[in-house]
Design a protein around this ligand. Sequence first.
Ligand SMILES: Nc1ncnc2c1ncn2[C@@H]1O[C@H](COP(=O)(O)OP(=O)(O)OP(=O)(O)O)[C@@H](O)[C@H]1O
Length: 290
Amino acid sequence: MTTMTTTTAPTATTVLDASGVTMRFGGLTAVRSVDLTVNSGEIVGLIGPNGAGKTTFFNCLTGLYVPTEGKVEYKGTVLPPKPHLVTQAGIARTFQNIRLFANMTVLENVLVGRHTRTKEGLWSALLRLPGFKRAEEASRERAMELLEFTGLAAKADHLARNLPYGEQRKLEIARALASEPGLLLLDEPTAGMNPQETRAAEELIFAIRDKGIAVLVIEHDIRFIMNLCDRVAVLVQGEKIVEGPAEVVQADERVIAAYLGTPFEGAPGQEEAAEVEAAEAHSTTEGDDK
Ligand SMILES: Nc1ncnc2c1ncn2[C@@H]1O[C@H](COP(=O)(O)OP(=O)(O)OP(=O)(O)O)[C@@H](O)[C@H]1O
């Protein structure tokens, strides 16, 4: 007897398609014509030195900012520039600085994250109609599943503020997952973590990807990002200078230069820097003449 195994090649669909995204604050261009796609089944990293425009770009994706130019599509539909509508569409995020409800329990924090997925209205909630009770029960069940998944179930009744730092970050992720996203945006998920917590975060992100949720992650920890991501994009002074598999990006001299602070050919702002240097040299020479 022969055993037939059919393997279906994964068909990568584009989950996020950001094109030509520019964000200006007055005279400052924080993000300059950035294109980025994230496909289903992918973990994509976004790196860059401080002030490169990473969080601003995230804010453009999630409706916190309306980009000055450009377009953001989620699964082929242009996103409305309102955070709650973006969440409803299927994009969830965590923030650089933890934003939990400190005096609510771990479970309650996750339940808050479910509000975009519960259909029961205000009256139903106030009058505690049967539909509301059923929805509430289903929400609690789902929230507990997510706490199991993130390893926090045993602490469901603890106040969020009493969790150790690494677990607070996990809880943020559990809360983001509660909106049942197709794409999860993580803004520096390992900031402030010790090496064990960082390793646990890495495993959790792989597990999230394995559940079919695409991930876009901003991180300063280069080793973490290179280990984690299928693809990495590098922002420098608001521009995407390189994008590719981790090993390619890691070896790119423009990326090395951006991190080590050495100017490189074609770097944004290089021309201006050269002009300043020339002007300085000129004024020094003039000074020498006197
Ligand atoms: N709301 C705002 N108004 C004016 N300027 C802003 C605003 N938000 C960000 N910027 C500026 O835009 C640039 C990019 O900032 P952003 O926070 O996006 O960088 P980043 O890459 O996330 O930095 P970091 O890694 O330090 O978090 C910076 O020069 C910052 O000062």
